[in-house]
Design a binder for this molecule. Structure first.
Ligand code: SF4
Length: 430
């Protein structure tokens, strides 16, 4: 099929032969966007996430994030009771009281996110209006923003996308005559972010910002001289918002594995005019270290068949990593939402034999898994146990989101995350 069109959120027309994608719409088995608070609150050290939701939302957050015993909490749920839901109370007034109490007790909070949930969306509670009203009251001490983390969205990583997209209008403007700046987009563990910043510095790229920033005061600037690299494949809305402010995306592989990380760094090096020999000198040691680390898992993984059920939106770049660097065979690569432009280089490297699917219809997908009988299935928590009981090895997709997996120094651990379930099965079968 020849297509010449512009997809929503894409920065360039697509006019080439596209590989077929199986599109499915049906029952979904994924966490909601509130899950993102678990890693976002660790990353943004002076932010607070106030979910406006139900007891179910509070339970989800508490069980996913655990209880913080020694630190002041940085997330909470304003629980909507029956009287709120029935419209018997003015929920906006209630919310104002909760926020005022919170901010008077916690002067350390510099950004407050009001996070929408299924219940707040069902009763059409206008959190944008609340954020505006409360923001005006508490500025300049606290920036108050809102986004949706509800399960009505496609999958849980959209929570991060919505949060970062909400930050983009707050970013200061980069002057039109300012030198070109690089922006890394996507929440990375601090240790991984520091590794990348060190490499960019060695390359000679000094003006580098990160979205999200660790502190509210460090929110980077954005403008026509911003070149941004996506660190995660699930940031379509954030990318669109950045482009609305003039920033340009650097097309690249995602930084998973030795080759993915090299490609990601190279996209920035080329955009900033870095000499190729210098690039090679800086990057080669890390790349070789990553290749050696990956080799430890290769014996276990090469030739093995793998299926990804749609869950985190990391599926496409991870399937590429496993196919090109570990010689695995992707059977089906399912993803809740496929951004063709952001994943274009990844898709080109996934073997044509792999079935790419977008969206979810869980029963039909499980039928295909049973028929394909892959050696390993990457799926959500709720599907892993039933598949294991049928004799199939599984890997929890959410573990890949919570583990540091980007960059050269994490490439060996990333490969090992896939090798471990196969080793465990070997042990159980002895
Ligand atoms: S936002 Fe929706 S899906 Fe998520 S915990 Fe609350 S009620 Fe459940």
């Amino acid at each position: 099929m020849n297509v010449a069109t512009t997809l929503p959120g894409c920065d360039a027309p697509i006019a080439k032969e596209q590989r077929p994608v199986l599109r499915e719409r049906g029952q979904r088995e994924v966490f909601c966007g509130l899950t993102g608070i678990v890693w976002l609150h660790r990353k943004m050290q002076d932010a607070f996430f106030l979910v406006v939701g139900s007891r179910t939302c509070a339970h989800l957050l508490q069980s996913a994030a655990g209880v913080m015993i020694f630190a002041e909490p940085r997330f909470a749920t304003a629980i909507m009771e029956e009287r709120d839901l029935a419209g018997m109370l003015d929920t906006q007034d209630e919310l104002d009281r909760v926020v005022d109490r919170l901010l008077s007790r916690r002067p350390d909070i510099k950004s407050l996110f009001l996070v929408g949930s299924c219940p707040s969306e069902v009763i059409k509670l206008d959190l944008a209006k609340a954020a505006q009203r409360l923001g005006a009251k508490h500025m300049p001490n606290v920036r108050i923003l809102n986004y949706s983390g509800s399960g009505i969205e496609t999958t849980f990583t959209q929570g991060e996308d919505a949060c970062l997209a909400a930050l983009v209008p707050e970013m200061p403007a980069l002057a039109a005559d300012a030198p070109q700046e690089l922006l890394i987009v996507g929440a990375l563990p601090d240790i991984v972010e520091d590794q990348f910043l060190r490499i960019f510095k060695q390359l000679g790229i000094d003006r580098v910002g990160c979205l999200p920033a660790r502190n509210a005061r460090d929110l980077p600037s954005v403008g026509a001289n911003t070149r941004y690299l996506l660190a995660q494949p699930f940031l379509a809305d954030t990318a669109m918002a950045l482009e609305g402010r003039g920033a340009q995306r650097l097309d690249a592989l995602f930084p998973f594995g030795a080759e993915g990380t090299t490609g990601w760094l190279k996209a920035a090096a080329d955009a900033f005019g870095i000499d190729p020999d210098h690039f090679e000198r800086v990057v080669a040691p890390g790349r070789e270290r990553a290749k050696r680390a990956i080799a430890h898992s290769k014996g276990k993984l090469e030739g093995k068949r793998i299926t990804f059920l749609p869950d985190s939106q990391l599926e496409v770049p991870l399937a590429r990593f496993l196919a090109t660097e570990l010689d695995m065979t992707p059977v089906e690569v399912g993803t809740p939402y496929l951004h063709r432009a952001h994943c274009a280089q990844e898709l080109d490297l996934i073997p044509p034999s792999a079935r790419i699917s977008e969206g979810q219809d869980v029963e039909r997908q499980l039928d295909r898994v049973r028929e394909d009988k892959p050696d390993l299935t990457v799926c959500g928590l709720g599907l892993a146990n039933p598949l294991e009981s049928e004799g199939l090895s599984t890997k929890w997709a959410i573990e890949l989101v919570f583990s540091p997996i980007h960059g050269f120094d994490q490439a060996g651990d990333l490969a090992e995350l896939f090798a471990r379930p196969l080793r465990r099965r070997d042990v159980l079968e002895v």
